[in-house]
Write a protein that binds this ligand. Structure first.
Ligand SMILES: [Zn+2]
Length: 684
């Protein structure tokens, strides 16, 4: 195949530089990646071959221009590898992952490139740079230094050995977890054990059993986290107990999938790597480059929230126990009873049946008259569907986004429905990032996993799904509103403990009266959601928050406790379970009825995903989120003026400035924790 025959290697003729997906076949990807790696390497070599002293113009500008092809091919591929991963795409993905990592490392650790950037960094005060340019030098220097580009050869060698070993261990952790999770799925042979589940759930369990060749049986597969959504409705206490026991024993049964030794070695190696890079612990290494800044700032927040959350959970537990005590044969509440009796208390206290709300949440109406409507009120932007523009899958709809005056802004792609080739969960990704330097406008994608309705019937969402759509759309706006010069900084390219902030803020419009009244209309009658239901929904927002906050904080604390060990102490931990219990009791989150959202042996986010020493990020961002919601309330809510300020000062700057300075610029002060405490009922 010649380059000319590869649609990924010819300039896109589609609007906004969208890849020509209808022409792209799986076999086009690897050759395109080969070409892109080579082009990127050549571009970097051209920078480091320059003999004259490093300047912003001869180093940073070509560096930011470099890798454009890799960016294009990489984003085109990763969009389908998460949302439409056919077998062919999965094979390419496996082959590609180590090569992507090796290519990235070779450039981040390139000694000649690092020398030029260090030179610029040393002379930063003598260079006449714009604030964005100055920040770019600082960030590039920091990122390369933190990866070890400044180390001597011996240390670099040690580092690369540790990295290689770590990548094997984290892969092993993930494989063990997957295998143990599959092995531990619950097989049910008596349908009475499924009492309380809906028809859809029972037939899903039957299908899952059939897929494993089990006849006359039902299979309950385990989700990633400790609890299970069905615990809320399963009447059989025995079935609930079986699910909980299976879930919590993942990775610690002493079989061939045991993760205890693996995770201890991961912790030890991360601590050793941090020491080589000049930090006391992995947590110190990670937080140094987050808005938190230090492990102390994180532990201070977690320790501050934990006692109040635990106290609330204890009160909630008493209410659940009271409910149990009204039954014919009462028993002391256990972890597997929590959800079930929570739903009983919720129903009696607030009279809310979640599934009965669906007729008010028709998907198209939620999108157009809720999500888009709120964005138009705040930012003046409009959304027009462009069905003639092809995307990566027929289910992914393309909308053109324009400013209030009609100026084109970018594309928004919405891929709502679940399918076999899509991974679980919901997310936003950028297919094209905005950059003045490259002359690109943003193309952003939102993926959800809403069940496809029967043909000819409307899609009725749950309130959770409505929340997810508003949340992911908040990330999309972050990408769409980027106004940066350099691609490094575009949109959502911000610190991990900051990135959830704009998306969480966008959730505030869901129950905002003007927005809710506009979109929550009954599918048959067009009537708005009755006022008393809305009032009960608002009242119930703090319900069960003691439990939710406690199980989340417990997991965050476990992550942080493991990764705060220095290399010597880490080497001395011999019993993972004992370490875990001691950590949980240390912060007062050790009630056996409230297990952590993830226990160490199945905590994939931190032992095989990208969240090590970072699971705290969600609550950290929520401090800013709650404080911002307060600001909108104080200033009149859904207005263009408020939207403009939030857009210009926070969303648009992306990663091009210090995030907390941007926050101060928006809010007029640092974030206050009080609104978060109030929202989660933690004021004591
Ligand atoms: Zn998010």
């Amino acid at each position: 195949m010649t380059d000319a025959a590869n649609p990924l290697l010819t300039a896109s003729a589609l609007p906004y530089g969208l890849p020509p997906y209808p022409d792209i076949r799986p076999e086009h990807y690897l050759p395109a990646f080969e070409a892109a790696f080579a082009a990127h390497r050549q571009e970097i070599n051209a920078i480091t071959r320059v003999r004259s002293m490093a300047t912003f113009e001869n180093t940073m500008v070509p560096l930011e221009e470099s890798g454009a092809l890799l960016d294009y091919v990489g984003r085109a591929f990763s969009t389908v590898s998460s949302a439409d991963a056919t077998d062919a795409i999965q094979e390419i993905d496996e082959e590609l992952a180590p090569r992507m990592a090796a290519h990235g490392d070779a450039i981040t650790l390139d000694a000649a490139l690092y020398a030029r950037i260090r030179m610029l960094h040393e002379r930063l005060d003598d260079l006449a740079l714009t604030p964005e340019q100055r920040y770019l030098v600082e960030r590039r220097y920091t990122v390369m230094s933190r990866a070890g580009a400044g180390l001597d050869d011996e240390a670099k060698k040690q580092l690369s050995e540790i990295n290689t070993r770590l990548s094997r261990l984290t892969t092993r952790f993930e494989k063990n977890l997957l295998a143990d999770t599959n092995e531990l799925a619950i097989v049910i042979t008596d349908p009475a054990d499924l009492d309380g589940l809906g028809d859809g759930e029972v037939s899903a369990a039957a299908r899952a059993a059939a897929e494993r060749g089990l006849t006359g049986a039902w299979l309950i597969a385990l989700p990633l986290f400790t609890g299970h959504p069905w615990l809320a409705s399963l009447r059989s206490r025995d079935t609930r107990a079986r699910i909980m026991t299976a879930s919590r024993s993942r990775g610690n049964r002493g079989n061939e999938h045991d993760n205890r030794d693996t995770l201890r070695e991961i912790v030890r190696l991360r601590a050793a790597r941090a020491r080589i890079l000049g930090y006391d612990s992995h947590a110190a290494y990670v937080t140094a480059d987050q808005t938190a800044g230090s492990p102390d700032a994180v532990s201070e927040l977690l320790r501050r929230l934990a006692p109040a959350a635990a106290a609330n959970a204890t009160r909630e537990k008493a209410a659940l126990q009271a409910q149990i005590d009204t039954t014919d044969s009462p028993f002391p509440l256990d972890a597997h009873d929590w959800s079930y009796f929570t739903e009983k208390v919720r129903a009696s206290r607030y009279d809310i049946d979640q599934s009965a709300l669906r007729p008010w949440f028709e998907a198209e109406r939620v999108l157009q008259d809720g999500v888009f409507f709120a964005a138009e009120r705040l930012y003046g932007v409009t959304f027009t569907e462009r069905p003639e523009i092809p995307s990566y899958h027929p289910g992914a709809r393309v909308f053109e986004v324009r400013e209030a005056d009609g100026t084109p802004l970018g594309l928004y792609i919405l891929d709502l429905y679940t399918r076999d080739t899509k991974r679980g969960g919901a997310w936003m990704n950028s297919l094209v990032t905005q950059s003045e330097l490259r002359g690109t406008k943003p193309v952003v994608v939102n993926n959800l996993n809403v069940a496809q309705p029967a043909p000819g019937t409307p899609t009725l969402l749950t309130l959770d799904e409505v929340t997810t759509l508003f949340h992911e759309f908040g990330h999309a706006l972050h990408g769409l509103f980027a106004t940066v010069t350099y691609p490094t900084f575009a949109g959502t390219a911000v610190r991990r403990d900051f990135v959830e902030f704009p998306s969480q803020v966008n959730e505030m419009w869901i129950l905002w009266p003007e927005v809710l009244d506009n979109y929550a209309r009954h599918i048959d009658t067009g009537e708005p959601l009755p006022g008393e239901i809305v009032a009960r929904l608002r009242e119930s927002e703090a319900f069960n928050q003691g439990f939710a906050t406690s199980e989340y904080l417990a997991a965050s604390w476990l992550d942080f406790a493991w990764h705060s060990l220095d290399a010597d102490t880490a080497a001395g931990v011999t019993d993972a379970a004992a370490f875990e219990s001691a950590a949980l009791s240390d912060i007062g989150l050790d009630d056996p009825a409230i297990p952590p959202r993830y226990a160490s042996t199945y905590f994939a986010h931190v032992f095989s995903g990208g969240y090590s020493a970072g699971y705290y990020s969600y609550i950290w961002s929520e401090v800013l989120d709650a404080d911002t919601v307060e600001w909108f309330r104080e200033n009149g809510g859904l207005t263009r003026e408020n939207g403009e300020r939030f857009r210009r000062r926070l969303l648009g700057v992306g990663g091009s400035t210090d995030p907390l300075a941007a926050y101060r610029g928006f809010r007029g002060r640092d974030a206050d924790i009080q609104p978060l405490l109030e929202r989660r009922g933690l004021t004591g």
